[in-house]
Ligand binder design. Sequence first.
Ligand code: C5P
Length: 295
Amino acid sequence: MSNREPAFPITEKAYAKLNISLDVTARRPDGYHDMLMLMQTISICDELTIQPERDGLVHAVTSLPYVPGDKRNLAVRAALKFLELVDDGERGMKISLRKSIPVGAGMAGGSADAAAVLRALNRAYGDPLSARELCAAGEEVGSDVAFCLLGGTALASGRGEILQPLKALPPCAFVVCKPDFSISTPELFRKLDEAKLSCHPDTEGLLDALEKSDLDGLCRRMYNVFEDVPDRRMRTIRAAKGALLDCGALGALMTGTGSAVFGVFRDAAAAEKACETLKREYRFCRTAEAVGALL
Ligand code: C5P
């Protein structure tokens, strides 16, 4: 049992991610897929508060009725994992999540919440786990949790847990729009397995453009192989990308397995202007900026 009494309440922000690129390079024997993804943390975030609960249970309460509060919630799984690792398994806590990251959007909302729980609890307990140990705990909770822990700009490979931190993106701003449907990640992976991919992102070219802080070069090469999966909903995704480009985006892409789509703009003013127009069409439409490393 940890000899340090954590100071409650604990608060933390859980930042969403965008995929600047997404490639699936192989299907693995363990049922997962090998990925190669350029990832970016953005300012759209959920807000967490963790308070003690006398009954010894760990549960979550959220602002969205359809987000579960039990072990199906990655934030709860992350807290249980942390308490097991610091040998404080009898501890009860309530994790309140004020959700702003849309669910089923490809923005790693659940993973961001889990990562924020791990970061916040580690801080509150006096940093008993190293960054490496935290990432290992995160990996067990979900494939995107390690990136959400680390944050910033990174190349993710393996299941998504092997991370190479990269130079920050050149100055830019984002607009994120989500069509009114969500996409199930396992479902889209299944459809991808049945499809034959003929195009892949130019990851080397993307890394080169990033190294040169060449925003146009990055935007030209943004690519997500999930957009090529035969699925009726991709028509709506393409329309959303078109709408962002019509509003002046330098590039537009679906993030993760969707359904959120984002555009990259030269600056915040251009993004704000586009967002004003697109809000008429998309219930979820927000501007965002890049966020640097979190650990
Ligand atoms: O790891 P996580 O629970 O976030 O993954 C959710 C689902 O996405 C997995 O059950 C799997 O179907 C799929 N997935 C995959 N390959 C990855 C990451 C996720 O096939 N690298």
